[in-house]
Design a protein around this ligand. Structure first.
Ligand SMILES: [Zn+2]
Length: 282
């Protein structure tokens, strides 16, 4: 008999961290805008829009595709992953960040490119994942989006991209910046092929993504209240030495100033895109 030493081995397969929380936790969600506590099931049934104030919660890429496409879709290039070309390290090595994001989300990078039906019409649809290193665009996102555009050209179907991104992925330096040109060039070929591209900008769409494909749609549609911009408001204020107006860089402000073509409620988005495509392809 041992008083101070463990005779038996400790549990060999401890409970994984995601199962350690008590199951009743996380049934409620607090709205960031009106602070109402909303039951998660209600929120889910309401397309992740606050039933009280219509605040649009951020949704993941898979959920986004569920909201836009009919039933199943085929994902492409899911295995493409960054090679960490610069062997970059900031507070943590980039490779560690990639591994963690991969483990948490089960995705190899920050975009899902899919082929599916939108109200019965074949489309290529890309949805960005903010949870994956702030939805930043590195070589993989650039390559996947470019391949999606090329597939749209090859199959002669329209393209829809839902952006949700902090911009270019700084851990890939210039290589991430090159993606702006690459994707834009591919979109020019889509335009020459006379195929429509609908860009949906959700909260937030910033930096290099705004500066490339997010603003190159034949229609640029924002979700209500989404933060859309290139540089951050504070940087702009410091540069121009002026206070910025209220609602600056929100979709409604951008619509007023001609940067967006429409601001559409999430629940109406699918029908809106569908009728826009009817118009473009008539
Ligand atoms: Zn609310």
């Amino acid at each position: 008999m041992a008083w101070f030493k463990r005779e038996k081995k400790s549990i060999e397969h401890p409970v994984p961290p995601n199962e350690r929380t008590v199951k009743t936790e996380g049934l409620w969600e607090k709205c960031a805008s009106c602070h109402t506590i909303v039951w998660k099931k209600d929120l889910e049934a309401n397309a992740y829009v606050c039933p009280k104030c219509q605040h649009h919660f951020r949704v993941g890429s898979k959920k986004r595709l569920e909201l836009l496409l009919d039933g199943r879709w085929i994902e492409h290039d899911a295995q493409l992953a960054s090679s960490d070309p610069l062997h970059f390290t900031d507070t943590r090595p980039y490779a560690t960040r990639l591994r963690k994001a991969h483990r948490d989300l089960g995705m190899a990078d920050a975009v899902v490119t899919a082929e599916g039906l939108l109200n019965g019409r074949p489309v290529i649809c890309c949805a960005m994942e903010f949870g994956f290193i702030a939805g930043t665009m590195g070589a993989v996102v650039g390559e996947k989006v470019t391949r999606a555009i090329e597939m749209a050209i090859e199959r002669r179907v329209p393209l829809v991209i839902v952006s949700c991104s902090g911009g270019a992925r700084m851990m890939e330096g210039t290589i991430s910046l090159l993606q702006l040109a690459k994707v834009s060039a591919a979109l020019a070929r889509l335009d020459e092929a006379r195929l429509p591209f609908i860009s949906v900008l959700t909260d937030p769409t910033t930096g290099g993504v705004t500066a490339s494909y997010a603003m190159l749609g034949d229609l640029n549609i924002g979700e209500p209240g989404a933060l859309i911009g290139f540089a951050g408001a504070r940087v702009i204020e410091q540069t121009i030495g002026q206070k910025l107006p209220a609602g600056f860089q929100r979709s409604e402000f951008l619509l007023q100033h001609g940067f967006l073509d429409a601001v559409v409620h999430r629940k109406d988005m699918k029908a809106y895109i569908s009728s826009a495509l009817d118009f473009f392809l008539a």
